[in-house]
Write a protein that binds this ligand. Sequence first.
Ligand code: ADP
Ligand code: ZN
Ligand code: ZN
Length: 746
Amino acid sequence: MKFAGIIVDISHESLDRTFQYIVPDELCDRVRPGMGVVIPFGKGNKKINGYITEITDKPEIAIERLKYIESINEKNVQIESVLISLAEYIKERYGCTMNKALKTVIPVKESIKSKEKKYLTLNVSEKEAYELYDKYSDRKNTLSRAKLILELINTDEMEYNMAISKLSVSDSVIKALCKASIIKINRTEIYRNPVGNLKQDDAKIELNIDQKYVSDRIIKSIDGGDLRPKLIFGITGSGKTEVYMEIIENTIKKGQEVIVLIPEISLTFQTIKRFYKRFGNIVSIINSKLSKGERYDQFQRAKNGDVKIMIGPRSALFTPFNNLGLIIIDEEHEGAYKSDSVPKYHARDVAIKRAELTGAAVVLGSATPSVSTYYKAQKGEYELYKLEKRANNLSLPDVDIVDMRQELESGNKDIFSNRLKSLIADRLNKKEQIMLFINRRGYSSFVSCRKCGKSIKCPHCDVTLTLHRRRGGDVLSCHYCGYQIDSPKTCPVCQSKYIGKFGTGTEKVAERIEEEFKGVRVLRMDMDTTREKGSYESILSEFESGSADVLVGTQMIVKGHDFSNVTLVGIIAADISLYASDYMAAERTFCLLTQAAGRAGRGNIPGNVVIQTYNPDEKCIVYSANQDYEKFFENEIAYRKLMTYPPVYDMMAILITDKNEEFAMNATIDIANRIEKSNIENLRIIGPSKAAVSKINDVYRNVIYLKHEDGDTLIKVKNAILKYIGMVERYKKLQIQFDFNPMSLY
Ligand code: ADP
Ligand code: ZN
Ligand code: ZN
């Protein structure tokens, strides 16, 4: 016998709870999660709609007390069923409970009411109203009733608040008239619209030949029914956004809706304005700065059909459009598309799944596509389109790589190379602007040598050892194999004592600049200076207005901002992200450097870029200086193949945590042994080992990594582990998390 978990309606109360029903034999073959069904509900067995969230063999309560599903709701092609199927996919692939998955895909109302306007109208005929008016105006204590009735006779309708403020009618008078059915209150919801103050205009940029060629071909492919995801690989400033808008217009014309995903950080007013100008008030946005009420409203507006283009980060993917035709993912390489809390889903994969469920198209765009996406494009799983020229025909900036080891040797211990310093002086002189970028990722969690530039690596794996601060003395350890040594005092390669973590933060850079160039106006942008709402935009617009000469910042300043007066970009320490001890370090570095370099010379003046590094021969740095993605990719994919890393192999991290150190480790070892014993062909098991952050809040963390050519095999292993854990009494409370193709390591 099969049982189905069913949620009865999509509202916040019922989401927390599923009700179990028996699946009648004749429906057994047809039911699946996400399907709409009709069920008898409550004491009166009223027939209501519900959605299946899971199917099991186990009844939760005595079978006699369960009711049967009445029928499958054939007409039910509503958005909720698509979203529930999506939740099912997320649960299965990323390993979380259905409840968590549902909460991810379904906008929860959180009981915040949208603002509403209340209007008063007469509920009686005009003749009756006059009679009542006569009656009330005769008596002193009903004068205000009379006043309101007369007003409503004359105006048909009056806003509630107006009645109170203008006519000085009290709440209780309105209530009394309502109660007597003489007047009634109509409510209209006003959905908050965060971009409601923008204007549409007809000025449209004429696409250049390349843009036109790409957009025509993509539209033709979509309209011809080729639903393979499409990748637009276009250098920074090649005009991808204009191409998106052309494809969007075609989709809207067909009566379909569009979701545009962009990383939160590039969701600036500028971007919104471009979309709004072209498409007007069918555009809306979702972002983390919106209140829950506003966010819920945007989803309601999408459901009502008021909004047809939803722009936003990851969560906009779950906009409840009924007739979705297109999902665009701009800057598809961005790490922000991967959720870092459970379920750890990747928006790109989930977008492709959603598109598949509803027959929508997916268009990905990037100047530095993720290795994974480009790999698929090369294999023909995705279609590839290229934009190789800047839209306004500007040349790319000149890039210098400066070897900081040589600077040190020649006696320059400063954080700025001589080359960078002289260019800064030159630009300040010419009243042009400068951006200084510090790549702070992985900051201080590695050890490198300032003399030879080498970071300390694991002898057994091709990864950098991670620095762990311990009371007894720092140690270096390998995340992959558990290898560990005490942190050395001198460089093991060249014996130099200039070894240690980088000490260059944004603050220090800003300080040094002010010291070196008297009177320079510096703006700083990092986590510290952007905490307040709106501070991010205000720093950027301050810089744009020209009231500062230099903008110093972390990766935040890299993403898609056009400043026409910036003619110099300095990358202070290009290496830092290289030392992050995971297989994606080179990809992240290449991407950051290429994007940062792309910020220079976007106006009429060509630009310069200076990349300061201790590893001038590092391939990802050389290729980014040449803006040579293809070479970078070729090199990187060869490495991934050799090391069986994604995207060539799929990878799954299993994180096991417990307050009891020994119990957690024993469980991890036991689970790793079970996996080993299952003898799955070509399955690679790395670990078990302690996680890099081996304890958080007194909870011990262990990790196992699995790699296999076929991702589905990993999912089967995951399900087998979950089944095993479910059977073992002592694992009842074991905390286990899965991360499919993790983007950073544990
Ligand atoms: P990308 O998204 O590829 O970085 P954008 O779409 O932001 O590029 O375009 C970069 C700049 O070039 C923008 O200022 C845009 O207005 C301009 N632009 C894009 N297409 C054209 C065009 N066909 N003609 C003139 N300017 C264009
Ligand atoms: Zn050295
Ligand atoms: Zn190792």
